[in-house]
Ligand binder design. Sequence first.
Ligand code: HEM
Ligand code: HEM
Ligand SMILES: [Cu+2]
Length: 588
Amino acid sequence: MDYADHAAHHPQSFWTRYVWSQDHKVIAVQYACIAIAVGLVGLVLSNLMRLQLGFPGQFEFINIERYYQFVTMHGMIMVIYLLTALFLGGFGNYMIPLMVGARDMVFPYLNMLSFWVYLLAVLVLVASFFVPGGPTGAGWTLYPPQAILPGTPGHDWGIILMLVSLLIFIVATTMGGLNYVTTVLQARCEGMTLLRLPLTVWGIFVATILALLAFPALFVSGVMMLLDRTLGTSFFMPALVSMGQVTNYRGGSPLLFQHLFWFFGHPEVYIVALPAFGIVSDLISVHARKSIFGYRMMVWAILAIGVLSVVVWAHHMFVSGMNPYFGFFFATTTLVIAVPTAIKVYNWLLTLWRGDIHLTVPMLFALAFVSTFVIGGLTGLFLGNVSVDIPLSGTYFVVAHFHMVMGVAPLLVVFGGIYHWFPKVTGRMLDDRIGKLHFWVTFLGTYAIYFPMHYLGVLGMPRRYYNYDNYQFIPASAHVLNTFITVAALIVGVTQLLFIFNLAWSAVRGRRADANPWRAASLEWQTPTTPPGHGNWGPQLPVVYRWAYAYSVPGASQDFIAQNAPPAAGGFEPEPGADEGPTQGAPA
Ligand code: HEM
Ligand code: HEM
Ligand SMILES: [Cu+2]
């Protein structure tokens, strides 16, 4: 399709341009705004839980039922509706066409539908706060039989809306995902080989494939649980007595649900982590003015992690009474993932090594990611060993592990990515001083919140408890720590409002940005206008001559060479097998 066709393919009134838009950039911003809005709900819920844990009983409206509803909604919102939607629908939508040199996604109409269906999923989810009985309190893992039995908060309407919302979300993700995969495979501009794609695209690409493979497991288990709940089938329900009543269920398997859930749930954590890996690689390379160390190894590591992540799910079920040989198998596969993951960490460090490190706000967030991710990954290694996991499972050690590695770390990348690409999206810079304040409070606050949680976990403090008074094995010092954690969490929570303010204020009043303020080499910064217009590239699609990491090339006139600069500028990717030193590049 040529440029004229593209610009003319649908009329450009206010409504079609900003609301029913088929432009990937507008859809990305729509996705991001909704994800951030619902993420704020998740944040408020977390602070409410912390209020109860830090000051037990002092806030009467946080009763036991509500506490469980908060835990559940917080977990689900953060994992699915914030992080998954933001990385794929937000970053994926914005970056893929610009980074691969395409005018738009391959199926723009489907892309638009994906956003509106996602919005519907969010509305159904939020609606569950307002139905009789409130949202479900089953925990984000939604384990049956308790998820649908009386006694669990929200067992009447809440669980139904939760399942329906998840099903709708999966439809939206599938529509988006087909687009992202097809666009990466089919719409790359001339010269953009797969091994010239920025790692951001690789991360999002593999994460999307994982999503397309893993979400169906959640979809079918959601449908089956919905049938169990509404029609009285017994897919997951054994014969049991509930509240003194013999139920009509018989013969179903709760363990089957656990397998299906984690067959989705574990890849899900990498659906969030892989885009973060990709983005952070690019941030580090740009802000350290160095080519990424071991590009090919990084791509292989992303692929290897993607493949391995579908054969480790039962490490979440070590305490479910499985055959010890299975435990052995899943412990082994789980620990093997540490190898490609560690390769990535080493390569980030080697990229930084002797780089010209600019401590810009995006770079600070990227470095913070490496730090929190390493800490969270290390505790994962403990949990991956069956014999260590059994006493720690179900304690705050696990809560600390997954908040470090999946809560905080990817969120830091989200922040870094937004500070980095905001000028591309809006043509204005985010305020630097607010950014630094936001960074330091969030980063240090993270450690203040989660470090003590590891210790509480080792003490044996169980997760998903409303109250820890009157347990003899929990010493008084734990209560002091809980109060401390709560205060830190409140401070971090409030600080996020600074970030929201920065987004809103800078979008209107921020300093005007150059077209390429970070002097980055990748294609998204080389558009003829900033922010890019409809169709991205003007009349002529770009032609790519080199990889996205031509920084500090000796003899070059600038310290970066854009991917689409004419071949005479040099800075080509290293030959396969060549030593990928920092200054490698073919002679001009
Ligand atoms: C080498 C790396 C890792 C290992 C060995 C590992 C291992 C484990 C194990 C064994 C558990 C189960 C603990 C239990 O419930 O008893 C667990 C929980 C969890 N992990 Fe990891 N993990 C690793 C990395 C990650 C990463 C990168 C993420 C996300 C980005 C992640 C997210 C989670 C989540 C969300 C849970 C808890 C889910 C829940 O029960 O609510 N983990 N991890
Ligand atoms: C300031 C930030 C945050 C705070 C203070 C916080 C706090 C909490 C608390 C207190 C719990 C419940 C512990 C329990 O009773 O078992 C929890 C659970 C959880 N959080 Fe967070 N959280 C934060 C951010 C995040 C983020 C960004 C994620 C994204 C992945 C996340 C994912 C989860 C999950 C999956 C659960 C488990 C829910 C369940 O057990 O069903 N949290 N969080
Ligand atoms: Cu896992």
